[in-house]
Unconditional design. Sequence first.
Length: 169
Amino acid sequence: MNNTMRCTFLASAALALSSVAAWAEETNFTTFRVLKPELAIEAAQGAMAACRDMGFQVAVSVTDRFGIVQVTLRDRLAGPHTPDTAYRKAWTAVSFRSDTLELAKLVETGNAWAIRNVTNALPLGGGVRIVAGDGDMVGAIGISGAPSGSADESCSKAGIAVIADRIAF
């Protein structure tokens, strides 16, 4: 085998090996992003502030994209049930990849009635996915304690707005 053929063969082999390595890396691992705790805290504080401005005492929970709590805050007069309810709304939003006000409407019409049978699922308004600018879900925020699911959702969205410029990538 002459030098030209040997170089061509080695280059082809190296290219094939690098393609296999790249393919193996792409198929064996998944990469994901989650909010830093500082952003989760800011979103929760922003949501609570929005609810206070509307005269509501609430609990706020922010989860990562897997439904694990990052932060929970309870305002001084919010009911004792509100921290758990806020968490369950956030968990439901990430689990079903849908805001809970939309899920609540589906459950009411009978189109998603089975959700009620899933442990921890709470299809009531107030759970909102936190979605980065590229469409990647990075967590969720849940509110409990306002007089309606739509008011809870409004506060959740206000909390997300506080961090929106830093998750826009």
